[in-house]
Design a protein around this ligand. Structure first.
Ligand code: PEP
Ligand code: MN
Length: 341
């Protein structure tokens, strides 16, 4: 349920409503808009209704949020889009964001090379995994803390904020020390303990859709982060499992406009993991931008032939600037504002 306060409601009235909600054992999420403040109330529906919050001083009206995802729902923000800001770079609403970098952090030289190239081309954030979710336990699992140190160095050197994956709650402190955005990978989309920790960190979260998750599952996962008071969630469509085997995953681009009806959160697309092939990354990125995506996250590598993981899908770093120019022209056609490098 959502309590919409009157425009002239005082802070004391807002606090009094939030306190009543909490005293009744429910959660109150206060969101202050330009004109009015809205309090999201999460708790047992009947019990919350019986509180008669619409009669409290300063309350304009109370709306039931019918979706199971409450804080993520479009209704909760009354149509307003969430813009997530990461050190001055924005994603969501009119803002298109490009995140690029290697699949995994391999070495200082290749990470710094990639970081400089994508920064100079105009990418806003650097991606790179220090902890890698690999299908095989015998495959390279990432450099761990050494990889995190290299990411910190790359940020220091290029100024690009860092997106890196948190796979295990035991690594929360190490990852949150370095990450400007915590990535929750597809395989962990429903790891509720991890989502809660990521929510508590207060750091923006990039939440990737699970391999066989519905859009509602994805939004319910986002809800775990939001309910911790962390409003900075970016959703990512990265391809789902279908019967098709001609490419790695099926990129569900319908998810972009449909998610935007369902939620106020920004939606970006990862064409690299869906395609599994470099030559498909540009067309799928253009299609994502045309479908209204708020950004893309793509893998790039200076020498993809020698990449430790996901080389076949990595864009060649030396072709990245050209890729980005083409992508930006479609994003502009879709009405997005592009950000200066
Ligand atoms: C990744 O982005 O590095 C990754 C492993 O992606 P996903 O979780 O979508 O497979
Ligand atoms: Mn990868």
């Amino acid at each position: 349920m959502m309590v919409v306060m009157r425009e002239e409601a005082t802070s004391a009235q807002i606090e009094a409503v939030a306190e009543r909600v909490q005293a009744a054992g429910a959660q109150a999420h206060v969101s202050r808009g330009d004109l009015v403040t809205v309090i999201g109330v999460i708790g047992d529906r009947e019990h919350v209704s019986s509180l008669g919050l619409d009669a409290e001083p300063g309350v304009d009206h109370v709306v039931a949020i019918t979706k199971p995802y409450k804080l993520a729902s479009t209704q909760y923000k009354r149509g307003e889009r969430t813009v997530v800001e990461i050190e001055g770079r924005r994603v969501g609403g009119p803002h298109f964001m490009t995140i690029a970098g290697p699949c995994t952090v391999e070495s200082r030289e290749s990470l710094l090379d990639t970081a400089r190239i994508v920064r100079d081309a105009g990418a806003q954030l650097l991606r790179g995994g220090a902890y890698k979710p690999r299908t095989s336990p015998y495959a390279f699992q990432g450099l761990g803390e050494a990889g995190l140190r290299l990411l910190a160095e790359a940020k220091e050197e290029t100024g690009l904020p860092i997106v890196t994956e948190l796979m295990d709650v035991r690594d929360t402190e190490a990852v949150t020390d370095v990450a400007d955005v915590i990535q929750i990978g597809a395989r962990n989309m429903q790891n509720y303990g991890l989502l809660t920790e990521a929510g508590r960190s207060g750091i923006p979260v990039l939440l990737k859709r699970g391999l066989s998750a519905t859009l509602e599952d994805l939004l319910m996962a986002a809800e775990y982060v939001l309910k911790e008071g962390n409003e900075n969630v970016i959703l990512c469509e990265r391809g789902i499992r279908t019967f098709e085997t001609a490419y790695r995953f099926t990129l569900d681009l319908l998810a972009v406009p449909v998610l935007k009806e369902m939620t106020h959160l920004p939606v970006i697309v990862d064409p690299s993991h869906a395609a599994g092939r470099r030559d498909l990354v540009l067309p799928m990125s253009l299609a994502a931008a045309a479908a209204g995506a708020d950004g893309v996250i793509v893998e790039t590598h200076p020498e993809p032939e020698y990449a430790i993981c996901d080389g076949p899908q990595a864009l060649r770093a030396d072709g990245f600037a050209d890729y980005l120019r083409q992508l930006e022209s479609v994003a502009a056609l879709a009405g997005k504002e592009l950000q200066a490098a």
